[in-house]
Write a protein that binds this ligand. Structure first.
Ligand code: HEC
Ligand code: HEC
Length: 259
């Protein structure tokens, strides 16, 4: 059955508009079913409750999919598609419902602003789709800590040479890209920089997959710890102190220590 195109709220017939503005799980689910053109199943909607079911994936396959996805829609799209797309192949419905185009906005650290690395953002969306809140906070904390300490890129497409690597020390796209540009003596707008980010997209998606696989098998064990310096700042500025700061990034990247 071909899904109906999604239309603006005002253009929907009254009955559907009512469904959309109605509150409660049934109305929301029914509205989704209406939007996606899927029949309701036994009072439910065909969309299972969150988190969605997961099955372990092959990290190498995911890395390659992330690399290829980067060239189609950028880093966030590539990372999200690598995992969700593999789940769509291995499990099928409901992963086939996810409109992957929504992940295009994350390219260049959110629409080119250089904030959160889009590969982390895309992998994060996929991880959050398949794990409850407590678990994905831990898994993504681990993924982000690993990201800040890893020399990227690792993934190398078959038959292609290695690139210069650099350690970002930060989850920010700006820091990650500019440190690599400095290390590689490459321009940000060069093909080589894009190749670097494409490979990094594969790396991040693959690492997220390893963490998800471990969580699924009951062997996930968080290991990331704040640097002693940042932990020291947070002793006073974090929740146990003045509580005027939120975050886990390296404070001294941006601030001069004070006495
Ligand atoms: C022993 C407690 C303590 C530690 C450790 C500490 N701070 Fe502070 N920090 C303070 C206090 C107190 C203030 C003043 C707060 C105010 O005036 O509201 C302050 C102010 C600041 C400010 C505001 C601007 C300024 O200089 O007044 C920044 C930024 C800051 N700290 C960053 C850091 C960073 C980064 C670290 C770790 C390298 C750190 N702090 C470690 C207690 C601490
Ligand atoms: C990516 C850069 C960056 C990182 C990393 C960072 N900060 Fe900041 N922080 C800023 C900026 C920019 C401001 C706003 C500065 C201003 O208004 O003078 C700020 C503001 C603050 C302030 C309030 C300053 C004031 O004027 O009173 C505190 C306190 C602070 N940061 C503490 C921390 C601590 C502690 C960490 C580590 C957990 C941290 N920051 C990490 C960039 C950063």
């Amino acid at each position: 059955m071909t899904p109906e195109p999604v239309r603006a709220l005002d253009a929907l017939p009254v009955s559907r508009r009512d469904l959309l503005v109605g509150t409660g799980a049934f109305a929301a689910g029914a509205a989704l079913a209406a939007l996606f053109g899927r029949p309701s199943v036994a009072g439910a909607t065909g969309v299972p409750p969150w988190p969605w079911p997961y099955r372990p994936l092959d990290p190498d396959t995911v890395a390659q999919a992330g690399y290829e996805g980067y060239w189609q829609g950028g880093c966030m799209y590539g990372a999200a598609k690598a995992i969700i797309g593999q789940l769509a192949q291995v499990i099928g419905h409901p992963y086939t419902l996810v409109p992957l185009d929504m992940f295009r906005y994350g390219a260049g650290g959110f629409a080119g602003w250089g904030t959160l690395c889009g590969a982390l953002n895309g992998a994060g969306a996929a991880v959050a789709l398949v794990t409850p809140k407590e678990a994905h906070s831990q898994i993504l904390g681990e993924l982000t800590g690993w990201y800040t300490q890893t020399a990227f890129p690792i993934y190398r497409p078959v038959g292609q040479g290695a690139l210069t690597t650099s350690v970002a020390g930060s989850p920010l796209c700006h820091v990650s890209v500019s440190k690599w540009c400095a290390a590689a003596r490459a321009r940000e707008d060069s093909q080589e920089r894009k190749e670097r980010c494409a490979r990094l997209t594969g790396d991040v998606a693959a690492q997220a997959t390893r963490l998800l696989n471990a969580y699924h098998r009951g062997t996930f064990a968080p290991a990331f710890a704040l640097s002693p310096e940042t932990a020291g700042c947070l002793d006073c500025h974090g929740a146990a102190g003045m509580s005027d700061t939120l975050g886990k990034m390296e404070c001294v990247d941006c601030h001069t220590p004070h006495t």
